[in-house]
Design a protein around this ligand. Sequence first.
Ligand code: ADP
Ligand code: MG
Length: 449
Amino acid sequence: MVTSSQQPSPYTPGVIADLAVELPGRAVQLHAIDERLSYVQTFHKLNGRIRVDVGPRGVGKTSLLRAYEQAAQSRGFATVFITAGDRPFLETVSAEFTALGRRWQDSAREQIHAAVKNLSIGIGPVSIKTATDPAATAYRRAAGRELQGLIRAAAEQAQRSDATGLVVLVDEIQSADADGLRALGYAWQNMQADDAALPAALFAAGLSHSQDVITDAVSFAERFQYVHLGNLNDGAAITALTGPAGRRGVTWSPAAAERALGFAQNYPFFVQLIGDETWTAAGFPAAGSVLTIDHVELAAATFTPARAAFFRARWSKATESEMQMLVAMAGLGDTSVRRRDIATALNVRTEAISKPRQSLKDKGLIEDAGYGRLSFTAPGFAAYIRTEILGLDRPEPPAPADTRARISDLLAATQAPSAASPVELPSPAAAPEVYRGPEQPTERGGPER
Ligand SMILES: Nc1ncnc2c1ncn2[C@@H]1O[C@H](COP(=O)(O)OP(=O)(O)O)[C@@H](O)[C@H]1O
Ligand SMILES: [Mg+2]
């Protein structure tokens, strides 16, 4: 029975963070953005570099980009938020700028409309877009120039409409097509020369391999600056867990908070998930209540399968060679592991793992950890592979001799050339229901795109 003193969950698993309050652990990023905005505003200058916050799924990139948008709006900037994906990038850009223009009065709207039209002409027919002849190059250049024209028109109209200037935000930039990225890089490069006095800035976010995607597509790659976004530090994780409850007059007992954070391991999505499950387990507590370790233990019964489903969905998307690489990594430890050691475990040369390494990075399952090391992007994935996939009894590393033996047996089996009796890596038992996790985040506060 729902009583009037019960309160809905203040946690936000799988949707953007609550931006009505401070975003835990992101003060450094927000400070950097505010400095840039202040510079653009004060000196009426284009922000020449494109900052890209990169990191794995579920770490809080979209939430952060929305917080940048909010910071820009509170300084009076007009904003355009673009989520790359489904459609050709420049088409999405056109649609979002058109939507911006609609907010302004007639003449400004017409200016934007004309610039969008020029851009769609500049994009050219699809058959030419994919060709490699000089005509295609010319068309691409034209797209860059027209995009520059559109951004310029929008920034000018923004000022005319009493805005401070224009801030463009691009989410999921790794999903933008090469032509779109090229046009964007070209446009921003030329604006630096032609429109340096334009109060405009561009911020982006994307998966960890965004840099590879952008560098492949854009010749002015030095325009882009990449900043890695990681899990929360301990203090921020505590704030993220206890803050939302606190604002509802509900406290976490220290033991309960510690246990919950043990589950979440400072990964923002898991902090929200365990917070939400605990809140539910406690029966949507009224102000004055305390969340106890018993509530967390109850919550674990739903959190654990939800987390397993989250990992299972990732595992099932991996190819055979990717699975082998994941197994080898999981056998080596929970934190970053050396590429060389992975290759050794697989009995191949280091170069031989570069393909699955790249594709696993593209899928956001692993990331470079520097110094020739790789790591899983979500905490607990290695333990999941060891227990659920390999059937080992204990989730924790470091891999003792028998673990190594078990893993090499499995790998030997999967690599056996005998096509007659192919041995497959075991797949985890099917779940009754797949928890989608933050894979396709939707927002509570407003539309995602
Ligand atoms: N700074 C933060 N502190 C706590 N939770 C956060 C923070 N940033 C994001 N979250 C939560 O983490 C999850 C993933 O956030 P999202 O912005 O969608 O990440 P990404 O875009 O990197 O996949 C969501 O449940 C969101 O509410
Ligand atoms: Mg996102």
